[in-house]
Design a protein around this ligand. Sequence first.
Ligand code: GTP
Ligand code: MG
Length: 199
Amino acid sequence: MVVKKAELEAVAARKNQYPPEDLAEVAFAGRSNVGKSSLLNLLTGRKSLARVSGNPGKTRTINFYRINDAFRIVDLPGYGYAKVSRSESEKWGAMMEGYLENRPNLLKVVLLVDIRHAPSAQDVQMYDYLKYFHLDGIVVATKADKVSRNEMQKSFALIRKTLDMGKEDLIIPVSALKRTGQDELLSVVENLLEQQNER
Ligand code: GTP
Ligand code: MG
């Protein structure tokens, strides 16, 4: 798939701010700072479509990006950011639940994990949640430029085990820095969209 057109269509905290359910959506979830916004920029070939920051907690809303007028990629606010207050973390929970549990056009949620670390308890919780709603199956290992090939294989095994991933579930390594992995992820997304159209 070639991304010819990518635009921010909506920034939402509540359901009445979501765009219509007319297009299929694939969302990106993961801890704050894992690289969700960077991955979006990598996939779309736009340097600063989504805001990237070294300070965790940059994306605090649900951001809908319309791709080729054919589907959307949804950048979800990150979790695990230590400095958030309790009321903020409750707001985050309500915002995520509001979207993940009430979005018929949501096909999958790609879970992003940092290739250098074992998935956190919150990553496990998130993946379990996605399993429950049948939104699981694709994990992206970010910052692949930070490890050697050998370390990468070990990391895959650890991610697979910690998240208790199914046999068919995918782990795709990406690097926004080296610009690798985006073609594989795009083709996975393309297959998802095709399967959806055949239904
Ligand atoms: P929140 O919006 O806080 O949830 O974070 P996010 O998941 O959107 O992360 P973001 O894309 O803003 O990236 C966080 C930091 O990681 C930035 O400093 C990025 O430059 C860096 N980063 C992202 N992807 C990569 C990568 O593939 N390799 C390396 N080396 N750094 C990366
Ligand atoms: Mg972000």
